[in-house]
Design a protein around this ligand. Structure first.
Ligand code: SF4
Ligand code: SF4
Length: 289
């Protein structure tokens, strides 16, 4: 289990960045669909162009294929050497928060860092001599507010997608028929590597998940994510509204669970744990495996 150090909002830490770019090397920067739009805007590209050039797995992760730097690790595709991050104003939440992380437990937000030792000290020991900031001051300076709202709204959207998978399984007669194939597939997808899951979902759903056709409200992540939710719900209704056979219902439920798990990974959740959690809920409602 990963050790984390939990923080209070008034805790004071060496949070003034020394701007050496150390943490722009060898990391995994995950994205939600609104963050993809923000990055593309900074690069004066369409989200599709940005995704195709700089992202992996359909757009849920930034490529780290730049020049090798700190500890021989490759730089983020957006790292521009001495001038730093080329998308600074549109950088995603995980970059704004680093070295901190954010978790929601029982509807409460917590901030923390990985390990017992403050992460920046390994690559940038000079931060110990720079001004200390409270967690609150740091978050304010990094303008995390909108990005945290986007993250929370997309967590809800993820649950809505999983709910479609539940409805297709539990409310159509599929589970009642004694089906034992759907839940094992949910489990399998929880352990699929991201490229396998993206392939399984197929490019049409991946594009609908990562490149929604929304051209206004780009400054308002809550409105953006809600419009995105409507687009995904309409697509599911169109495709699954008239399904009849158990095989069709099984395939649709597996597909929607796959879409939910792919988004979950982009939000930093652990798809394996989440799949197990959702399987338990389905079993408590009569699902078999
Ligand atoms: S490791 Fe910390 S101090 Fe170093 S560049 Fe990253 S955020 Fe700044
Ligand atoms: S997006 Fe910018 S801040 Fe984030 S890892 Fe890449 S270069 Fe660094």
């Amino acid at each position: 289990m990963m050790i984390t150090t939990k923080l209070g909002i008034q805790d004071k830490l060496p949070l003034t960045c020394s701007r050496t770019g150390t943490c722009c090397h060898g990391k995994s920067v995950l994205l939600n669909p609104w963050e993809l739009v923000c990055l593309a805007k900074e690069k004066k590209m369409t989200p599709r162009e940005f995704r195709d050039l700089f992202c992996e797995f359909g757009g849920i992760r930034l490529r780290f294929d730049g020049k090798a730097g700190w500890k021989g690790q490759q730089a983020c595709s957006q790292y521009a050497g001495d001038s730093g991050c080329s998308v600074h104003a549109g950088r995603p939440l995980s970059c704004r928060l680093y070295p901190l992380g954010r978790q929601i437990q029982s509807s409460e937000v917590h901030y923390m860092y990985e390990g017992n030792e403050f992460p920046c000290l390994e690559g940038c020991p000079e931060v110990a001599g720079l001004p200390y900031l409270t967690v609150r001051e740091y978050l304010g300076g990094q303008k995390t507010d909108k990005f945290e709202k986007a993250q929370d709204e997309y967590l809800e959207l993820m649950q809505n997608l999983a709910d479609i998978a539940f409805a297709l399984f539990l409310e159509t007669g599929l589970a009642e028929s004694g089906d034992t194939e759907t839940l094992p597939m949910w489990r399998k997808m929880g352990s699929d590597p991201p490229e396998v899951l993206a392939d399984r979902i197929g490019h049409e759903w991946v594009d609908c998940l990562l490149l929604p056709p929304i051209f206004d409200d780009l400054e308002d992540p809550v409105s953006f994510a809600r419009k995105h939710n409507e687009i995904l719900q309409s697509k599911a209704q169109e495709e699954f509204g008239a399904l009849r056979t158990n095989q069709e219902l099984h395939e649709a439920s597996v597909l929607m669970m796959g879409v939910a798990l792919h988004l979950a990974r982009g939000l930093g959740a652990n798809p394996k744990d989440l799949a197990e959690h959702w399987i338990d809920i389905a079993k408590n409602h009569g699902g078999l495996e």
